[in-house]
Write a protein that binds this ligand. Structure first.
Ligand code: ATP
Ligand code: MG
Length: 328
């Protein structure tokens, strides 16, 4: 049998994981486990780049991420689930790769410019923040991953990782495959305020939110701005609530659209019903989460085993990297 291709992906620890992560990444990662050898990382060092003033919450979230990963279907028997900072080889490779990365590649990166504009409440004018894609390249290359499942927002970073791999191979001899992005087909989920749902914008429904919070958040969602009164016919095609029906309760979406267009029910009722359907959709995840919260040793064990396996693979790469650069 042909050797399975390898995947690396991860989430930056900078706030709670939310529905966007579930439908845009985690469910896809779970499905990929059938076909690939998967490494799923909890990127706490990447989180630190924006959380450096309040770093004590990073380890707390890192454990929460492990819970969310497992509750979403990642299986530690099949995949390596680990915390980035448990594998120091990422830091060593990051340093070595930084020596061959031209500043221009980083300064031109669109996500760098965008985040600097969008995130005003923290000072991101740091060396590490500019170098974010170099650490990400190290994360990927240290496992010699073939594919990186990502959303389209991450494509420029994968491109930088490919360029760095190419440059390294050219200078020191081939050690790294050029990793390819594996694009998620799910469109971006919008948040409660209709911007992209993001942990930095406070417009999210977290996977850890209690049911009552989910109900309240859905009740506050923006709907079609032109529908002011219940008797006004609505336009589901412009309503984010309707998109949620299409994703989380697709069987009912056509009927709901009809009731909206004909003004047979108001936005308040429509949202209250959505909240119940969403909670039904999330029920297996919530129950797995609660089981893991009640048995923290299970999570500790998964992360310990994951770190061990990740370190083995990362160290094997690093010994090749060291001899490629410095000679045997
Ligand atoms: P940050 O504000 O820190 O950038 P974020 O909420 O945008 O946080 P990321 O860590 O950037 O989350 O997202 C990791 C991956 O999760 C993305 O590459 C994308 O695949 C997926 N993802 C995040 N938000 C969404 C969303 N709203 N809809 C679909 N997928 C998403
Ligand atoms: Mg993002």
């Amino acid at each position: 049998m042909a050797k399975k291709k390898r995947i690396l992906s991860g989430m930056r620890v900078s706030g709670p994981l939310h529905l966007g992560h579930l439908v845009g990444a985690l469910l896809n990662w779970a499905a990929l486990q059938k076909e690939y050898e998967c490494f799923y990382m909890i990127a706490d060092w990447h989180g630190l780049m924006s959380e450096y003033e309040d770093p004590k919450r990073v380890p707390h979230f890192a454990r929460e991420y492990a819970i969310d990963y497992i509750a979403s279907g990642l299986d530690s028997e099949r995949s390596v689930i680990f915390i980035q900072s448990d594998v120091l080889q990422h830091a060593e490779l990051h340093l070595l790769l930084s020596t061959i990365t031209p500043l221009g590649w980083l300064e031109r990166c669109p996500t760098y410019k965008e985040q600097k504009e969008q995130i005003q409440d923290r000072d991101l004018n740091t060396y590490a923040f500019l170098g974010y894609p170099v650490l990400q390249a190290a994360d990927i290359l240290v496992y010699r991953a073939d594919y990186v499942p990502v959303g389209d927002d991450q494509v420029p970073h994968i491109e930088i990782a490919r360029e760095i791999a190419r440059r390294f191979n050219h200078l020191y001899g081939t050690v790294f495959p050029e990793p390819q992005a594996l694009l998620s087909k799910t469109p971006r989920l919008l948040g409660l305020d209709r911007r992209k749902m993001s942990k930095s914008y406070d417009n999210f429904i977290a996977l850890a939110d209690p049911p009552q919070t989910i109900r309240q958040k859905i009740a506050g969602m923006f709907t079609d701005p032109q529908r002011k009164r219940k008797s006004d016919p609505g336009r589901p095609q412009f309503c984010n609530v309707h998109t949620y029906y299409e994703i989380f309760a697709p069987d009912e979406a056509p009927e709901v659209a009809e009731k909206c267009r004909k003004a047979l029910w108001g936005c308040t009722e429509c949202k209250a019903h959505l909240a119940e359907r969403l909670l039904e959709y999330l029920a297996p995840l919530i129950s797995k989460r609660n089981e893991l919260l009640a048995n923290p040793e299970l999570v500790t064990e998964v992360l310990k085993k994951g770190a061990q396996r990740a370190k083995e693979v990362a160290e094997a790469t690093m010994s090749q990297v060291r001899s490629a650069i410095f000679g045997a």
